[in-house]
Design a protein around this ligand. Sequence first.
Ligand SMILES: Nc1ncnc2c1ncn2[C@@H]1O[C@H](COP(=O)(O)OP(=O)(O)OP(=O)(O)O)[C@@H](O)[C@H]1O
Ligand SMILES: [Mg+2]
Length: 523
Amino acid sequence: MGITNGCVKDTFLLTHPNPNPICITIIQDSRKYKLLGTRTRTRKKAIESNMKPGDMFAHIGSIIASLMFVWAVFQQYFPYQLRNYIEKYTQRCVTLIYPYIQITFHEFTGERLMRSEAYSAIENYLSSKASTQAKRLKADIVKNNQALVLSMDDHEEVADEFKGSKLWWASGKNITKQQTISFQPVTDEKRYYKLTFHKSQRDLIIGTYLNQVLKEGKAIKVKNRQRKLYTNNGSYWSHVVFEHPATFQTLAMEAEKKKEIIDDLITFSKAEEFYARIGRAWKRGYLLYGPPGTGKSTMIAAMANLLGYDLYDLELTAVKDNTELRKLLIETSSKSIIVIEDIDCSLDLTGQRKKKKDKGEEDEGKDPTQTPGKEERDNKNSQVTLSGLLNFIDGLWSACGGERLIVFTTNYVEKLDPALIRKGRMDKHIELSYCSFEAFKVLAKNYLKLESHHLFATICELLVETKMTPADVAEYLMPKNASGDAELQLKSLIEALELTKEARLKAGEEAKEFESSAIEAKE
Ligand SMILES: Nc1ncnc2c1ncn2[C@@H]1O[C@H](COP(=O)(O)OP(=O)(O)OP(=O)(O)O)[C@@H](O)[C@H]1O
Ligand SMILES: [Mg+2]
């Protein structure tokens, strides 16, 4: 660049597209260069400079300043419509030559600027790629400060491959100034991910690849999330962190039965396509029944831990009426287990339909899930009725997308209305019963770290002859002192089993005596 009469010339003309160039004045101020823009007509007056020709810094500075200035002039002097027109056609021309397609996924979408599900799924999907490829990463802690999740920082790029096609994910952000009254400048950062791929792969990427990214991203999110236990306070759910340690490994139960339940749950959780194909909502109902202390609640916690689902513990007696019940149902999230414990105690749901039938009140063809009868309404303080509950389950099956399990527990299965537990509503009925020897061995392994012992044979015999719940057996296996002598604990269990056996025999004899005296009295 030569400077004649204080004017910038020559080199500039090489880089400047305008034949009547806009002159950029560069005034060397000690070591820094100040860039000032001015038009050609002021060329002669403009410059006082002692800049050395060929100075690289000055060149780059001048080019950038030149471009900025051209852009500023373009923005200022061209009418808006013309600018739009030029921009539109420039982009079209570029698209004609540029062989790649770009898709942008913004972090916030919609009028209410909700965080986009697609954005967070992509963030999760890219986390493993980012940790191996990106140079700048962002770290976040999830699961109650237990797990670290990495994602790529702004303006990073990672590559991915799908069925032999290469594609690139870049992260970026737009910064806009907000119009608020504040002493500090308030800026609004809008992040996005941009996917770039060759236009020949359009169908493959938009169809299959993106679906897979969203699916995998959501699965990672579910795995990383801190699970919650929701309880209803009237018509509102409140939650705490769900951290129950129960698993199917620690659950005392026959191995075959346990495996069947685990298989059923895992099959359900992976059966999205199957349910869609057969036209059924992706839901499954479980009825757990058995005496108190046989592990019904423990099994629900183990189910939630196995599948990584949230738990909604629905207290029916706290729900005012059917409308409130429906509202609660709609607020439950996907990948959750909705639990109604002790369904027989929650409401008087036991014989209402039978009573109505006896009185001939119910039409043969009438849908049982329709409007509640008077008896049902008058039964309890809570006005939730059997019909309401059936509607709740059927509504859950139809109104809410995403997978959900609903689990009822009861100590008295025979008391429940058959409509409530029919297949289709409660698909799987699981009986949890008194402690078997196989179940005892699981407890002994968990509590005493014993796989075999010479006292096991005696315990096996006694367990066949008596009825003791796993909860009671577990209580005898709890360490009673610091030494935690396993043999002592097994002996105390044997003692308790013998006492239970004696009590049972005595009760049997008394019952026999009572029966024979009743027969004698009749005669
Ligand atoms: N099958 C089991 N395996 C392991 N532990 C068990 C089992 N059953 C009971 N327990 C132990 O007994 C305790 C009580 O069990 P749980 O609350 O699951 O019984 P429940 O069947 O839900 O009883 P309820 O009908 O009274 O609600 C649990 O804390 C658990 O440690
Ligand atoms: Mg329970």
